[in-house]
Write a protein that binds this ligand. Structure first.
Ligand SMILES: Cc1cc2nc3c(=O)[nH]c(=O)nc-3n(C[C@H](O)[C@H](O)[C@H](O)COP(=O)(O)O)c2cc1C
Length: 435
């Protein structure tokens, strides 16, 4: 029995092609085999079994040293490093699936636009139209230093650069018409040269003559996603993105974000429905609601025993060394040239750092604790209240967690008639905009 209009689902894989579940129960040999793609292939197959729209692969380009001024805390715990480049995973995941959208994370600050346009076009051709890009401006000073800068470009300037980056790669993807390849043995013509053009882009940050030296991607424009929550990030999304991902803790925040984003998309001259909004959801499952609550209590106790974990994580996203502050003193206002939206939400979670670390959540978490059916019910209700386009699952990756979500929560959502039970189209973009 349907309890609302249908919505979409995806998976946001934090730490992406890094180490998952090291020293954690239920992780088997995952950490020993972290360089092998098997776990990711299993995740992709699971996502497809559950008819998710896409699997998004997070990425970053540095080893953090933002906690205690050293890499030690991060490296000792395999926290954000080591991490392989996720791009080589994409063809493997595409080969193992037939419908799932696959979305690697791409830095608009450091990828040369021509190389990126060609790489994504190649992957879209290989996967027959199932690739997207999670565009990030890369927020860490250490990432900037890996690419020859002493200090990172200013936050807002990075978004200006991102705008031109997206414009340029779009032009490169359009430099071949969809019917440029005629492959006509009779006339001896493979490509009709009148359907391939230079783009002659000369901008503020980039220049590229074009055309691309491969064909137009099957989707025309692979699906563009971003997750920056600052006003600049939302403006960027409103003008250029097909999809936004927001990690918010309450229904009120989700509703407000949606109203704000749709207003910005309309102001940019677009149909508000042309930019989908997904919310991060991180459920805790159990055979009974009590069992799930008990798991959640144990995790909270672990958090409270080691606030440094949340603070080190947050430090690496905001370039702030939280080890230099008193854990129990009221915290003054902080600013960052890193992830501004993330910092704002983090600081709003308490008065002292200890409180903030204790309350630290990634997305919608506290209300989705219970049996698969209970969690599905909450998700359906939230979507009905917020009116959003869908959720992306997130959470510590293990085979157990994959099963809990794709064989537990999603079938319960399907039984409610609120998510798809089959893919409608061949291309990722068409499935994303099917409803
Ligand atoms: C759900 C989510 C996923 C993100 N994934 C990545 C990522 O893979 N790599 C990255 O560098 N930044 C990632 N970010 C950071 C954002 O893309 C963005 O760069 C950051 O929030 C800074 O933008 P802001 O100052 O506009 O908030 C993510 C943020 C969120 C909320």
């Amino acid at each position: 029995m349907a309890t609302g209009s249908p919505f979409h689902l995806g998976w946001f894989l934090g730490n992406s092609y890094g180490v998952h579940g090291w020293n954690q129960p239920w992780s088997g040999v995952d950490a020993d085999d972290w360089t092998q793609p098997d776990l990711h292939i299993e995740l992709a197959k699971g996502c497809e079994r559950a008819c998710l729209d896409f699997l998004l692969l997070e990425d970053s380009l540095f080893v953090p040293d933002n906690f205690g001024g050293s890499m030690e805390f991060y490296l000792a715990r395999a926290l954000r490093a080591p991490k392989n480049d996720p791009l080589p995973l994409v063809p493997l995941l595409a080969q193992a699936t037939r419908h799932l959208g696959i979305v690697p994370t791409i830095s608009t600050s450091f990828y040369p636009p021509y190389l990126l346009a060609r790489l994504i076009a190649t992957l879209d051709l290989m996967s027959k139209g199932r690739v997207g890009c999670n565009f990030v401006t890369s927020t860490a000073e250490r990432a900037a230093q890996n690419f020859g800068l002493d200090a990172h470009l200013d936050h807002d300037l990075r978004y200006e650069m991102a705008e031109e980056f997206v414009d340029l790669v779009g032009k490169l993807w359009s430099s071949w018409d969809a019917d440029a390849i005629v492959n006509d043995r009779e006339t001896g013509i493979f490509v009709d040269h009148t359907k391939v053009r230079t783009i002659d882009h000369k901008g503020r940050f980039f220049a590229s003559r074009g055309p691309l030296n491969t064909a137009r991607p099957p989707q025309g424009r692979p699906v563009l996603i971003q997750a920056g929550g600052s006003p600049q990030g939302r403006e960027f999304a409103a003008r250029h993105m097909d999809c936004v991902i927001a990690a918010l803790g309450t229904v009120e925040e989700m509703a407000a974000f949606r109203v704000d984003l749709r207003k910005r998309v309309a102001a940019a001259g677009r149909d508000p429905d042309s930019c989908k909004l997904f919310f991060v959801v991180t459920p805790t499952l159990g055979e009974t609601n009590e069992e799930a609550q008990e798991r959640s209590r144990r995790r909270q106790a672990q958090r409270d025993a080691m606030p440094e974990l949340a603070l080190a994580q947050m430090g690496s996203l905001t370039d702030i060394d939280f080890s230099t502050f008193d854990l129990d003193a009221p915290l003054a206002e902080l600013t960052t040239n890193g992830q501004q939206g993330t910092l704002k939400r983090f600081l709003a979670q308490g008065r002292t750092l200890r409180e903030i670390a204790s309350n630290y959540r990634f997305g919608f978490e506290d209300a989705v604790i219970g049996t698969a059916d209970h969690v599905a019910g909450v998700m359906a209700e939230v979507m009905q209240q917020v009116g959003g386009d869908g959720f992306v699952f997130s959470g510590a990756l293990s085979r157990r967690y994959i099963t809990e979500i794709v064989d537990g929560v999603v079938p319960a959502l399907q039984r409610r008639g609120v998510v798809r039970t089959a893919y409608e189209h061949a291309h990722f973009r068409d499935n994303l905009f099917a409803f």
